[in-house]
Design a protein around this ligand. Sequence first.
Ligand code: NAD
Ligand code: TYD
Length: 337
Amino acid sequence: MKLLVTGGSGFIGANFIKYWLEKYSADDLVNLDALTYAGNPDNLNGFEKNSRYSFIKGNICDPAVVSKAIKGAEVVVHFAAETHVDRSILKPSLFLKTNILGTQILLEAAVKNKIRHFHHISTDEVYGSLNLKSKEKFNEKTRYNPRSPYAASKAAADHLVLAYHETYGLAATITNCSNNFGPYQHPEKLIPLAITNLLQGKKVPVYGDGQNIRDWLYVSDHCRAIDSVIKKGKCGEIYCVGGLKQDISNLEVIRKIVKLLNCRESQIEFVKDRPGHDRKYAIDWTKINRELGWQPEEDFEERLKETAEWYVRNEAWWRKLKGKNFQVFYRRNYKKL
Ligand code: NAD
Ligand code: TYD
């Protein structure tokens, strides 16, 4: 089987490509990625020699590029997106272009090329924000209520995927997952930002009171969930994917990292809150468990330790990403820090 993976040079996409090529030795895979600031060829170092892997540098918003990349593929796994909420607040238009228009161009090509299965990677952020004290969790029936330009663009893309399923009969599925963590995550996101800032002797910026809660999902658990949906999922369906059994605040996550790296709590700096900052995400993954037999298997504490160790060992990888352009974004986003 041949798969077209979009955004395979980013964090989750690269982990997924490694996972898939290792597990399915008869499959071929094409990675279409524009190599934006978040796309990094180093994430797939050595894979250029793998005869089952090929790479096309190109933008999903370009119909000609997409039409070429999709030729011969049976399955499309769509990761490519602008993904950082803070950047979506600074420059929403790019998010609308890539996440909405880019998805529509891919869907169009998928219909034209009679793709057997189109799988779209989405986020729990489309559901909005839970109250901090609430025991409620998002599930597949939760009303969409996106509250950031990023979340709104992902919500629009989800609607388009389902519309193409209903209107054109495209065999499509969606996973709405929680915050991933693990190796190869760009150091703009909370966990790698905290680890790398501490390793650089810098402060770790915590938005607001640090009490916001995210549902952390280890990236390999996520790859297995996507695998289950591609192999056994029902078309036209959404599956929610989450990782945590217990609520944990951002501040607690950062304190754990500070401890793992033998740093000082004085390196934690409370900064002005992110506008529209969602208070809490929590995912009910009963449906994917009941219907497809998936459940998260990784232990948060163990994987957090392993992730911190990965960043310690791979300093050359993340140093490159924290260069001049990153500093421009950082100063703009965090002002005084
Ligand atoms: P990432 O930012 O690390 O990588 C995104 C990749 O997409 C990069 O390689 C980038 O070059 C590529 N890309 C961006 N615009 C493109 C374009 N126009 N054409 C082609 N390629 C383009 O993202 P990630 O964290 O790996 O997220 C992957 C997917 O998972 C996204 O759709 C995201 O919305 C979703 N998701 C991520 C998380 C998370 O915690 N990281 C959680 C839920 C959902
Ligand atoms: P992030 O990794 O940006 O993911 P998302 O916004 O998609 O959930 O942020 C995770 C949480 O950490 C979120 O509540 C915002 C918070 N956060 C900080 O407190 N400081 C930071 O510097 C960043 C990047 C995030």
